[in-house]
Ligand binder design. Structure first.
Ligand SMILES: [Cu+2]
Length: 542
């Protein structure tokens, strides 16, 4: 454990109380962020939002004073809302553990990767690789404009790295082993440093082989100075697909054994492996299985911003909260015009921020249904302090998992005023192929399997266009490093390309980006098994 690490807390130790007015003692925060703490007032964040947004429940808030205080308030809330990193311990018997565990103070300046075990209650002890001995890794919460510095120390027996997924860092800081840096050798260290901008919900993970499908994932939040929506506090909700053992490339389906004996004899299992999916054992939300979920306590009337992060290695999730609708405010960190839906679909690497008005007293499941498997959805329990309702069973699924309005790409409209794309200086047409359609074990982009693939060259400062057609039967969450891109009316860094097959115009996604960040950047499928089997290219800007 790093020297900054808190002493582990017993899982049944209640988190310090914080009310919805953020009226915590501020001493600790003042030490960490004196400029913000100095701006605090006696006005509650919610009252302030009401005052500035008018008497209605308008979501849009103009430029406003006191935002620094809001930041301080949110900072206090975030300290209460770190991921549950401690072993399940006694809670494995069924008690719910609030996710209001204090996160590390101050921000970690080091992370250590090492083998470790995580108590998953009924799922047993999980032997995996961890950041600072916890899963998910420590929540890293920064402020817009902060200078971020962190030293990675590698205590694994093989090389590793950290990628700051979504943050357009300088190329040498991007953490792609073999492309932007050498893998950090066992026993070695690497210093990462970058400016925290733009604000948003991100994640960090290893970018070596299949390591991202171990426990080497964590939430990364850059808080904005001027939120465009009103909320009382925000909470990270990180969903992950869980493998009992070490990740290995799916075999027996890929292609080799695929078509013949595979489809007929292997049933769903072979279909899954042909799709580049391992056999997951469960879905975890904030590190907990559905049988012993994390608990989010809320108060009637508050607005809670949920930062939904899909940290899964290969699973696409549909997320919904029973008894509530979700107002989507951000995708991949970028602000959008608020749109209210019943469910959102997140591919691996995608993030959606949603604001929920807590107006339906009770105890409810916030559930994540893996779309490629028949596993019990992962869940987190949202319970009102005013409620005496029993904890819902894991099978009490939100209606939004099977019905209601699901967010679509065209619902997302940039609210930050990103530039309209100019005429592309370079255009790339890339078929996504492989799996059972390709006759081999590789997954390809434009007919080539990385690393035996040509780089996509874009002059610095030019606009480029990427047109993808999915020729496979499975989803591909395509992620571009170092840049955001415009897809339709949205600004994103990861986009799900739907299956093509016989679905006509389905399976086509085109995006444009301004190549303003020099260097070689990975552009790849965020299903780590597809990436490892070749579904990646280098975009070389410069
Ligand atoms: Cu893929």
């Amino acid at each position: 454990m790093g020297s900054h690490d808190d002493a582990p807390r017993a899982p049944d130790t209640p988190a310090p109380a914080v009310d919805s007015n953020c009226s915590l003692p501020r001493a600790a925060n003042a030490a960490a962020h004196p400029s913000h703490a100095a701006a605090r007032t006696g006005l509650s964040r919610r009252a302030f939002m009401r005052a500035t947004a008018g008497s209605g429940a308008g979501l849009l808030v103009g430029a406003a004073p006191l935002l620094a205080w809001i930041g301080a308030c949110r900072d206090a809330s975030s300290r209460m809302m770190g991921p549950p990193a401690e072993p399940l311990g006694p809670s494995a018997t069924g008690d719910l553990v609030p996710i209001g565990r204090a996160s590390r103070t101050p921000l970690p300046t080091s992370l250590r990767t090492a083998p470790g075990t995580v108590d998953l209650g009924p799922l047993g002890r999980w032997s995996t690789w961890l950041y600072d001995g916890v899963y998910p890794g420590p929540e890293l919460r920064l402020r817009e404009g902060d200078a971020f510095r962190l030293t990675l120390t590698n205590a694994l027996a093989e090389g590793t790295s950290i990628h700051w997924h979504g943050v357009p860092v300088p190329n040498a800081m991007d953490g792609v082993a073999g492309l932007t840096q050498p893998a950090v050798s066992p026993g070695g260290t690497f210093d990462y440093g970058w400016a925290a901008r733009p604000p948003g919900t991100y994640l960090y993970h290893s970018h070596v082989g299949l390591q991202g499908d171990r426990g080497l994932v964590g939430a990364l939040v850059i808080e904005e100075t001027t939120p465009h929506v009103a909320y009382d506090r925000d909470v990270v909700v990180l969903v992950d697909d869980w493998l009992a053992g070490p990740p290995t490339m799916p075999t027996g389906g890929g292609m080799g054994g695929g078509m013949g004996g595979g489809m007929m004899g292997g049933g769903m299992g072979t279909m899954r492996t042909m799709g580049g999916m391992p056999r997951y054992g469960a879905h975890l939300v904030n590190g907990r299985p559905a049988s012993v979920p994390a608990l989010l306590e809320v108060a009637r009337g508050e607005r809670v911003r949920l930062r939904l992060i899909n940290a899964g290695g290969a699973t696409t999730f549909r997320a919904a909260l029973a008894g509530h609708r979700l107002t989507v405010t951000h995708t991949d960190g970028r602000a959008v015009r608020p749109v209210t839906v019943d469910a959102v679909v997140l591919g691996p690497g995608e993030r959606y921020d949603v604001v929920v008005a807590m107006t339906n007293v009770g105890a409810w499941n916030l559930a994540f249904d893996g779309l490629e498997d028949g596993l019990t959805p992962g869940r987190l329990v949202v319970r009102y302090r005013e409620s005496t309702a029993a904890t819902p069973p894991a099978t009490a699924l939100p209606a939004g998992l099977t019905g209601g309005r699901v967010l679509t790409l065209s619902d997302l409209v940039d609210a930050e005023g990103w530039p309209t794309p100019g005429t592309p200086a370079r255009s790339f047409a890339l078929d996504l192929a492989g799996g059972m359609m390709g006759g081999g074990t590789s997954w390809t982009m434009g007919g080539q399997a990385y690393p035996n693939a040509d780089p996509l060259l874009v002059p610095r400062g030019a606009w480029a266009r990427v047109a993808m057609v999915n020729r496979t039967m499975v989803r591909h969450p395509m992620h571009l490093h170092g840049h955001f891109f415009r897809v339709g009316t949205a600004i994103k860094d990861t986009v799900l390309v739907p299956p093509g097959g016989m679905m006509g115009s389905g399976g086509r996604i085109t995006f444009d980006f301004l190549a303003d960040n020099p260097g070689p950047w990975l552009f790849h499928c965020h299903n780590v098994y597809h990436m490892e089997a070749g579904m990646a290219r280098v975009v070389r800007v410069g």
